[in-house]
Ligand binder design. Structure first.
Ligand SMILES: Nc1ncnc2c1ncn2[C@@H]1O[C@H](COP(=O)(O)OP(=O)(O)OP(=O)(O)O)[C@@H](O)[C@H]1O
Ligand SMILES: [Mg+2]
Length: 460
């Protein structure tokens, strides 16, 4: 059964007032979390999709309207209510311009807050989308089609800005679906070669015997079926960029020829005796561990160093969950393709999307969104039931939900014990109860695991 409890973030710097409001909201069935500052609120918003945020406008440091702006930028459908001081209606109007749904002035009765909250919820239910914000989102957080505003992505954009204008060879690594090809294109489009071609070649998609001709071209009669002279991808990319995907799958012979291209920018077409010169920038990508392949003698060390001049690593999606809402909006906008109305995503569905581990990374997320759009036909909102089963089942882990220090502190030992117990349980579940295997998953000795199990399950 879907959890319909509304998750609410309450931001207020006066502790007693905050606690009083939180208690009243909890009594009315809201699941309330508290933040004592704008900074704390923004940090919390980064990893959890709240349904509602209520914030004081005046906060030391980052103020309430900045919190609202951050919340709305991330979750266009969040309900944001500001609490203003006496006689500061002007500020409230400003906050509403920034995306707040409504406001209450201090001092207020809880009923007044509940009334405002209720009507905002109702309004939100009726009004399903805010196209303006959506288009803004896309402008702000991308580098030529590469979406993301998490810390690793921000660092990546910085790196891309530095390397795009150069001619340096780049090696992009990352798990499948992390966006290696979109990043390669973005580098090309942001560099001086953008007026020329970006030519991609997936080295693993072409049989070994044809790969050489594909890359270097061939002359007539070079092999059976080579009816005319033909340019290879390298020549097609002249003055532009060539993108060699899955470069780790190249044969030893081809590796040597590629090395020569990198060193001398020259090669011979298959069956040709004269040398062709080419001016290309090379971007290579791989999802295998090339350094290990070098150590195991499967990949030339000299080629590895020539390729790995600038290493660009793309983090898996599970390490940048805060990008998920942005990516979802991005894919929805693409799928909508200019149609006037569009879908929103329920906060509960968004929470599941953010809890799932996405082994197929952004590509898998993109597919899930596409599927959900199809399944939700005729409705205005994507809900949990529209997500793939494994995503529906995704649970927020204790680790991601509880690692904030509660206002009134916590019992560290008990807290750690909880996490230990949870992880041990999961590893046992995963290994079908095999303690030896479970211990290995946790890098423990079997005896240590058994010991911990006993200690953690026996009440003191
Ligand atoms: N940061 C991103 N922003 C927007 N779209 C992205 C991003 N990363 C990936 N995508 C989308 O996800 C899909 C997969 O990306 P891409 O093909 O670049 O991945 P890849 O790393 O090359 O995967 P593989 O290793 O399987 O070839 C594409 O449709 C791409 O547009
Ligand atoms: Mg790829």
């Amino acid at each position: 059964m879907p959890d319909t409890t509304k998750h609410l973030l309450l931001v207020e710097d006066e502790a007693p007032l905050r606690q009083a409001i939180a208690d009243q909201l909890s009594d009315r069935g809201y699941h309330v979390e508290q933040a004592e500052s704008g900074e704390a609120a923004i940090a919390r918003l980064a990893d959890f999709a709240f349904d509602i945020i209520i914030t004081d406008l005046r906060l030391p440091g980052v103020d309430g309207s900045a919190v609202i702006e951050a919340a709305v930028a991330r979750y266009p459908d969040i309900i944001a209510i500001v609490v203003t001081g006496y006689g500061t209606v002007k500020d409230a109007v400003e906050a509403i311009k920034r995306g707040a749904s409504d406001f209450v002035s201090k001092p207020f009765q809880i009923d007044e807050l509940m009334h405002v909250l209720g009507s905002s919820l109702e309004q939100r239910r009726l009004k399903s989308e805010n196209a303006y914000l959506r288009s803004q989102l896309e402008e702000r957080y991308r580098f030529e089609g590469v979406i993301g505003k998490s810390r690793p992505m921000a660092r990546l954009f910085q790196l891309l800005e530095t390397v795009a204008p150069t001619n340096s060879t780049i090696l992009i690594t990352g798990e499948t679906g992390t966006g290696k090809e979109v990043v390669a294109r973005a580098i090309h489009l942001n560099g001086p070669r953008r007026m020329h071609r970006f030519v991609a070649l997936n080295c693993s998609a072409i049989p070994e015997t044809l790969l050489e001709a594909e890359l270097f071209g061939h002359v007539r009669g070079a092999f059976t079926g080579a009816v005319g002279n033909r340019q290879g991808r390298l020549e097609q990319a002249h003055r532009g960029t060539v993108f060699l995907d899955e470069v780790g799958t190249m044969s030893a012979a081809l590796q040597m020829k590629l090395l020569r291209v990198l060193q001398e920018r020259e090669f011979e077409r298959v069956g040709d005796s004269h040398t062709t010169k080419v001016d290309v920038r090379v971007i290579a990508a791989t999802n295998s561990d090339l350094a290990r392949m070098v150590a195991e003698g499967q990949f030339r060390e000299d080629l590895f160093y020539r390729l790995n001049v600038i290493p660009v690593h793309l983090p898996p999606l599970r390490e940048r969950k805060e990008d998920i809402p942005l990516l979802v909006q991005h894919f929805l906008a693409i799928l909508r393709n200019g149609a006037p109305t569009s879908l929103t995503v329920s906060q509960e569905a968004m929470r599941r999307l953010m809890s799932f581990s996405w082994p197929g990374n952004v590509r898998q997320l993109e597919n899930a969104v596409e599927r959900a759009v199809a399944l939700s036909a005729g409705r205005t909102q994507i809900d949990v039931g529209d997500l793939p089963t494994e995503v529906q089942k995704a649970q927020e882990t204790a680790l991601t939900t509880a690692v904030t220090l509660p206002e009134d502190g916590l019992d560290l030992d008990a807290f750690i014990a909880d996490i230990e117990r949870d992880l041990i349980q999961r590893s046992l579940e995963r290994t079908g109860g095999n303690k030896g295997k479970a211990a290995r998953l946790l890098n423990l000795k079997r005896t240590t695991l058994v010991e911990k199990l006993k200690r953690l399950s026996s009440p003191e």
